[in-house]
Design a protein around this ligand. Structure first.
Ligand code: HSE
Length: 338
């Protein structure tokens, strides 16, 4: 299966490394032989119908921040994602450029173009979905392509597929959760070690958890994106990020955290959808199932008749999110074997 990677940041690099490392197992267990025929980053594109040398690409990116180390026969400076999506022969486009929430670009155009070119799309970029999810699902349907986006919610934790496949037959009355690994990491560090927000955020950025624009994390917008995607996918709503009431953690102080602690509580950034959807810091009891620390995400589904079901797992990180992309690719393979 020929794959074009659009965006070559933490998640794409981890994914390239993963499929390179697991090649034998993927073929043996799933009959999946992913061949990365193109990689696009913001400076240019590396294209090779025989398969881009993944190790070389990763080394080049590490050394110079570009793909030029692949040599001029493979690397084309200035070639854009749209050029590559149109020209490179492939079955699957993986859109993993950074999230942008005013217009969802360039991800939105990448996803639309790929679908119109008849490519299956796996998207880890939340922008296009937070802004235009119902239209994109319709466009995928219209063009007969698979559209998967497991990595947009929960990093490596299969929140979307769990709710869709494993809660069949149950009524989901509400969904609430911790959906941003970075804010949870920051609040956990402030709570457990008393470090300042700025310091904890810098650490989360260094570890590759934060968005390219970290105000998306601490401002609650990343949580809002994930709530929109989860609600639309699981509850069948047609929301966009503009429909949400959003408050982040920027104003949470050490004394707020200390006050909560005296009451036996912790402060967490919670996204909740019931009748309406909102994101805000909340005090919850220390014993609450959503009280997870570090980059963990936790989502509770209030269901009938089974009651509250909570799923916990790592919500950010390259390797973790790459595992979601791989699950999506296996599903594309199952649906449209080539
Ligand atoms: N910045 C995001 C987070 C990455 O911290 O959760 C995963 O979507």
């Amino acid at each position: 299966m020929r794959v074009l990677l659009v965006g070559f940041g933490v998640v794409s690099q981890s994914f390239a490394e993963l499929v390179d490392h697991e090649a034998k197992k993927l073929d043996h267990d799933y009959g999946l032989r992913p061949k990365i025929v193109g990689i696009v980053d913001r400076k240019g594109a590396a294209i090779s119908p025989a398969g881009v040398d993944v190790k070389k690409a990763l080394n080049s990116k590490k050394r110079s921040g570009t793909l030029e180390g692949l040599g001029h026969e493979v690397y084309h400076e200035g070639r854009t994602g749209i050029d590559a999506i149109k020209d490179v022969e492939c079955e699957v486009v993986i859109e993993a450029t950074p999230t942008e929430l005013t217009k969802g670009e360039p991800g939105l155009s990448h996803v639309k173009t790929a679908m119109m070119e008849g490519r299956h799309v796996i998207c880890t970029n939340k922008g296009p979905l937070a802004i235009a999810m119902p239209a994109l699902i319709e466009l995928a349907h219209h063009n007969g392509v698979v559209f998967k986006f497991s990595g947009t919610v929960g990093g490596g934790t299969p929140i979307l597929d769990f709710a869709k496949k494993c809660l069949e037959g149950s009524k989901i009355k509400s969904i609430s959760g911790i959906l941003n690994g970075t804010s949870n990491y920051v609040l956990s560090k402030m709570t457990a070690e008393g470090v300042a927000m700025k310091e904890a955020l810098a650490e989360a950025q260094r570890l590759g958890y934060a968005e390219a624009d970290p105000t998306y994390d601490v401002g609650g917008f990343d949580t809002a994106c994930k709530l929109v995607i989860t609600s639309n996918f699981v509850l069948g709503t047609s929301m966009s990020i503009r429909d949400l009431d959003i408050k982040g953690i920027a104003e949470v102080s050490k004394s707020d955290i200390e006050g909560a602690r005296m009451r036996g509580n912790v402060i967490k950034l919670i996204g909740k959808v019931e009748k309406a959807a909102r994101v805000a810091p909340q005090e919850i009891p220390m014993t609450h199932p959503l009280n997870v620390s570090g980059t963990f995400n936790a989502v509770s589904f209030d269901t009938y008749p089974a009651g509250e079901i909570t799923l916990v797992g790592k919500g950010a990180g390259g390797k973790e999110t790459a595992s979601s992309v791989l699950r999506d690719l296996i599903e594309v393979r199952r649906t449209f074997a080539r």
